[in-house]
Design a protein around this ligand. Structure first.
Ligand code: SF4
Ligand code: SF4
Length: 351
C-alpha cells in the first residue's frame, strides 16, 4: 500500500504546484524514465466546459517531466465516435495536441491481454503504453458522474481500456456496485504512481461552475478520491470505487493525511438522489449500452488490400481472413485505428 498523504495546493502557479507535488511524492530521479501521462479526455470538449483535464495542467506537467530528464508519452482512450484518427481529433479539440506536443500518442492501437481469474472481470485488455511505462502519472478531472457519483482518480483509469471496449464492459456489469468493483480491478492492473487532480475550475451536476483554483496530488488513488469527495461536501463512500477500495483493504481512511488547506466547495450540487434512483440509472444505462453494442466493425472488401494489420492488432483474434467473428469481437475498434486503407467502418447490426 502506498502513502496516504494527499497534497492540496492553491494559489501558486500550476508549475510550482506540480513541482511541489513531485518533490513530496514523486520518484527522486526521473532521468531516463519512461513516463506515461494520462489526462481525462472524456469527449471533445473545450477547456472552458470544465469536463476534461485542463490542458494548462497537462502542459505544465509534461514540461516539468521533460525538464527533469524523463521520456514522456501522453495519451488517452476516449469513447470512440466515427473511427479513423478520432483520438487525435478529440485531442486537438481539447487542446491536448498543443499541450503535449510531440509527446502525444494514439494509444488505441495496441493492447495487452490481462488475465485475472479471481476478478469479476476475468479477462480484459488495456493499452500497451500503460503497462510498459516505468512511471504512470494520472491527471483526472474533478467532476460529477451519474453512475459513479464522481469521476476522479480510479474512474480516470477506465481510459486505459481501448475505445469501444469500455461500453462493452459497462454492458457486462450494469449494477453500480459491480461496475465499481470492475473499475477497481482495472485500476489495480497498473495503479498510478502520481496523481494530480484538476480542481482548478469545476462544474457541478446543475452546470454551475465553481473556482476552487487548486490541484490535489497523491500516490494512492482511493485516498485522493476520498479527499476530493470531502471537498465536494459529500460522504466519500457514496463514490462506489472509494467504498470498494476501503472494503478490499486498498486504503484506510484513518491513515489519510492532508497536506495543505482543503476548502469545501459551497453549493456544489451532486446528481439528484431519490428512491430507487440507482435501479433506474442502472436500467437506463443497460439499455443505452445494449444499443451501443449493436455497433460493429465491417470490412469493405473493395478497399481492403489484405495487409493483415487489423488481424494482427485484434486483441481477441476475432478477424479471420475475410470476415469478423462477432461472437468474439469486443468492439474495441483497434482495427479501425490501424487500417491504412480506411476499409473498416462501424455499422449497426440489426440481428
Ligand atoms: S474486430 Fe477485433 S480489433 Fe476490431 S473491434 Fe472487434 S475486437 Fe476490436
Ligand atoms: S487493415 Fe484494412 S486493408 Fe489491411 S487487412 Fe485489415 S481491412 Fe484490409
Amino acid at each position: 500500500m502506498n502513502s496516504h498523504r494527499v497534497v492540496v495546493r492553491k494559489g501558486k502557479s500550476i508549475r510550482a504546484s506540480v513541482a511541489e507535488i513531485f518533490g513530496i511524492l514523486g520518484p527522486a530521479d526521473l532521468r531516463g524514465k519512461n513516463v506515461f501521462v494520462k489526462p481525462n479526455m472524456l469527449r471533445p470538449a473545450r477547456p472552458e466546459e470544465h469536463v476534461v483535464t485542463n490542458p494548462r495542467l497537462l502542459a505544465e506537467t509534461v514540461e516539468y517531466l521533460i525538464t527533469d530528464g524523463a521520456e514522456v508519452m501522453v495519451g488517452d482512450n476516449p469513447v470512440p465516435g466515427r473511427g479513423y484518427n478520432y483520438e487525435n481529433e478529440i485531442a486537438e479539440y481539447c487542446g491536448y495536441l498543443e499541450a503535449a506536443g510531440k509527446e502525444w500518442r494514439n494509444i488505441g492501437r495496441y493492447s495487452a491481454k490481462i488475465k485475472k481469474p479471481k476478478n469479476l472481470l476475468k479477462e480484459y485488455y488495456v493499452s500497451r503504453e500503460v503497462i510498459d511505462c516505468d512511471i504512470l502519472v494520472s491527471l483526472p478531472k474533478f467532476r460529477c458522474h451519474d453512475l459513479m457519483t464522481m469521476s476522479l482518480s480510479v474512474k480516470n483509469h477506465f481510459g486505459i481500456v481501448p475505445g469501444g471496449y469500455k461500453p462493452y464492459i459497462h454492458a457486462l456489469f450494469p449494477k453500480i456496485r459491480d461496475f465499481g468493483e470492475v473499475l477497481v480491478e482495472i485500476y489495480e492492473t497498473r495503479p498510478s504512481d502520481i496523481i494530480i487532480v484538476d480542481c482548478l475550475d469545476v462544474v457541478d451536476a446543475h452546470g454551475q461552475v465553481h473556482h476552487p483554483g487548486i490541484v490535489i496530488g497523491g500516490d494512492n488513488g482511493y485516498a485522493v478520491d476520498y479527499v476530493c469527495a470531502l471537498m465536494a461536501g459529500i460522504d466519500p463512500f457514496r463514490v462506489p470505487t472509494t467504498k470498494v477500495g476501503r472494503d478490499r483493504g486498498l486504503f484506510d481512511p484513518q491513515r489519510v493525511e492532508i497536506d495543505g488547506e482543503l476548502p469545501t466547495i459551497r453549493g456544489f450540487s451532486m446528481p439528484f438522489v431519490f428512491p430507487f434512483r440507482n435501479r433506474i440509472v442502472e436500467f437506463v444505462a443497460q439499455i443505452l449500452y445494449r444499443i451501443w453494442l449493436a455497433r460493429v466493425p465491417v470490412i469493405d472488401h473493395a478497399l481492403c488490400t489484405r495487409c493483415l494489420s487489423c488481424k494482427n492488432v485484434c486483441p481477441p483474434r476475432a478477424i479471420k481472413g475475410h470476415y469478423i467473428d462477432y461472437d468474439k469481437c469486443i468492439e474495441c475498434y483497434c482495427c479501425l485505428e490501424v487500417c491504412p486503407k480506411k476499409a473498416i467502418t462501424i455499422r449497426f447490426r440489426l440481428f
